[in-house]
Design a protein around this ligand. Structure first.
Ligand code: F6R
Length: 605
């Protein structure tokens, strides 16, 4: 989603700004731009193509400067056009880049129109530009401070003014912003990754902070205007672009990386010991009586799967809520609940807001299951479990999901052991199953050729149904989400028992019905549901366990999973669904790694 980079330096800073944008590209964007400060006013280059094209424009026009701001935009207010791309100007004096959404932009726009400002873009950002300009009396920092007090909504901004050619002012509320300290230059960015290398150390701004970045240093004040110290930490060196290797897309690479990612995520000394979640986790776990899971999208489906494990293995009551709903719902808080947030990026605006909402309701025990150690979410929670999926570039989450499941399973067994519901023999069985997962996954990945054959048929469809029961219902949901987001085929998932309560009306010969059929206690029920589909002419595509007795016949296509995997079976069963979505999308020729309208890190609500 949107990204910000800004710099004040002794040298030409444009290549550093563009490199920063390049590193943020994987998050998804639809336009980009850079502005530099000159005495005549800010100058900019913008593009609705890739950052590489912006770079070409900058090189061809010898676009250079020592102070600048840059942006990747994911359209919210206003279409993805050059005119709406940031940096946005006011009166040829000031330039701004903005992540987030301003909710009171309409009333501000009317007020500013009344003062004579003309609006030339459809963005909400332009109101911030004119507002700061209208308040500017020779001190950009003061003008930004006054302006942000009038904004409601979420923002991280970077602002420059022609009369202060060696200053960038930043501010944040609801969207992340860091300041970076380098040799011969200081920086702002929406993610430390963008400036790693140029800046050696960074400080994370807190809600309401405003910063002034100059060559001499960085000044930060809090919401109340008091000078604020934000701890500086070393930035991890940028590890470079992730190589595609022999794969066609990052998504394919990431699907095939899952055995490695899972093996890295299982701690070498895993003993289902609370200390793996934090030093005081044992104390916290002893004091809780329930769990509240908050997440979005695929991470939410990981939460739904975990509910089955937490309730069956740890016997602890578990609720799972979509973060964007929970944050605005009147709920009954339970201070003895452990709030678990699940997120690949750790920056998802809705999940962060839901977490803060739970904290504000007095739920102080929090745990993040997250893939990014330096993320806002990991910094906000009391306990953490880091997944070691490695950087996930494909917008559609794959290895992040399966590693989240591993973390959540370890949590369930750890709590189960602590609460006296897991004996030594069960513990040994769970441990063995976890350790064998990477090998079992390799067996599932070997099914790729059979799945490619199915994907040829799926690519011709416009609709698909996914069925699962119990522990595998969230896997059916995840399979449907993968198919719709990258192949643009409309897909819905149902617990198979629900079919007869409505969706069966959709079943005709044209409807492929993907069925997740592990050999578990619900298999016979599932088989009856499959007959209901066959009787209406629907075509079944079944992923059955090795020992499941379902034979291929007219209208029933079966791919057999290499082994039956008990409680951890969802981690195996999701993989063929990822592959089915991936190959169907490839056959349809979509932009698999950057599906239309989607962004990797959803930092606006
Ligand atoms: C789907 C997908 C999204 C994310 C969701 C939450 O493939 O990737 O649904 O799962 O946007 O993102 P995180 O996990 O970063 O909070």
């Amino acid at each position: 989603m949107c990204g910000i980079v800004g710099a004040v330096a002794l040298r030409n800073i444009v290549p550093v700004l563009i490199e920063g944008l390049r590193r943020l590209e994987y998050r998804g964007y639809d336009s980009c731009g850079v502005a530099i400060v000159t005495a005549e006013g800010p100058q900019r280059v913008r593009s609705v193509a890739r950052v590489a094209e912006l770079d070409e424009q900058a090189r061809e026009t010898r676009f250079e400067g020592v102070t600048g701001i840059a942006h990747t935009r994911w359209a919210t207010h206003g279409a993805p056009t050059v005119n709406n791309a940031h940096p946005i100007f006011s009166s040829n004096a000031l330039a701004i880049v903005h992540n987030g959404i301003i909710e009171n932009y309409e009333s501000l726009r009317e007020m500013l129109r009344g003062k004579g400002y003309e609006f030339v873009s459809q963005t909400d950002t332009e109101v911030i530009a004119h507002l700061i300009h209208s308040l500017y009396k020779g001190d950009l920092f003061a003008a930004v401070r006054e302006a942000v007090q009038q904004l409601s909504g979420a923002y991280a901004i970077g602002v420059v003014h022609k009369d202060q050619p060696h200053t960038v002012v930043g501010a944040r509320a609801g969207s992340p912003l860091v300041v970076g300290y380098g040799e011969g230059g200081n920086f702002i960015a929406s993610d430390a990754l963008a400036i790693a290398g140029s800046a050696n150390r960074v400080s994370y701004l807190e809600e309401g902070d405003i910063c002034e970045v100059t060559l001499e240093g960085v000044r930060i004040v809090d919401r109340a205007g008091n000078p604020a110290e934000r701890p500086a930490r070393d930035v991890q060196a940028y590890s470079g672009a992730v190589e595609l290797g022999p794969y066609r897309h990052y998504m394919q690479k990431e699907i095939f990386e899952q055995p490695r990612a899972i093996s890295d995520t299982i701690p070498a000394d895993v003993a289902f010991d609370p200390v793996q979640f934090g030093e005081n986790a044992g104390e916290v776990f002893k004091g809780i009586d329930s769990i509240l899971i908050l997440a979005c999208g695929t991470s939410y489906y990981a939460g739904l799967t975990a509910k089955y494990w937490l309730e069956s293995v740890a016997k602890i009551r578990t609720e799972v809520e979509i973060a964007s709903e929970y944050r605005y719902r009147e709920s009954v808080p339970n201070p003895r609940s452990l709030v678990v947030t699940i997120s690949q990026s750790g920056e998802t605006a809705d999940t962060l807001a839901a977490l803060k909402h739970a904290q504000s309701l007095g739920m102080e025990h929090t745990l993040a299951v997250c893939n990014v150690a330096s993320s806002a979410m990991v910094r906000l929670t009391e306990l953490k479990f880091l997944t070691h999926a490695g950087r996930e570039i494909g917008v559609a989450s794959t290895k992040a999901f399966t590693t989240q499941l591993v973390g959540l399973f370890i949590l369930a067994v750890t709590l189960g052991k602590l609460r006296g519901h897991v004996n030594a023999q069960q513990e040994a069985t769970y441990l063995k199953a976890l350790r064998h997962l990477p090998a079992a996954l390799n067996g599932v990945l070997a099914l790729e050729p059979q799945i490619i054959a199915w994907s040829q048929e799926f690519a011709r469809k416009e609709n698909a149904l996914f069925l699962g029961r119990g522990l595998h219902y969230p896997i059916a949901l995840e399979g449907a989400l993968k198919l719709k987001e990258i192949s643009y085929i409309h897909a819905e998932a149902y617990p198979a028992g629900e079919l007869k309560h409505g969706p069966l009306a959709l079943v005709t010969e044209a409807m492929p019905v993907v069925t997740v059929a592990p050999n578990d206690a619900l298999l016979e029920k599932l088989k009856s549901n499959m007959q209901e589909v066959r009787a209406r002419g629907g075509h079944l595509y079944v992923f059955a366990d090795a020992d499941t007795h379902i034979a291929s016949e007219e209208g029933i296509h079966v791919i057999r999973m290499p082994e039956h995997y008990g409680l951890l079976s969802p981690i195996l069963h999701v993989v063929p669904l990822q592959l089915l979505a991936y190959h169907t999308a490839c056959t349809r020729g979509t932009d698999v790694d950057k599906p239309r309208n989607l962004a990797k890190s959803v930092t606006v609500e």
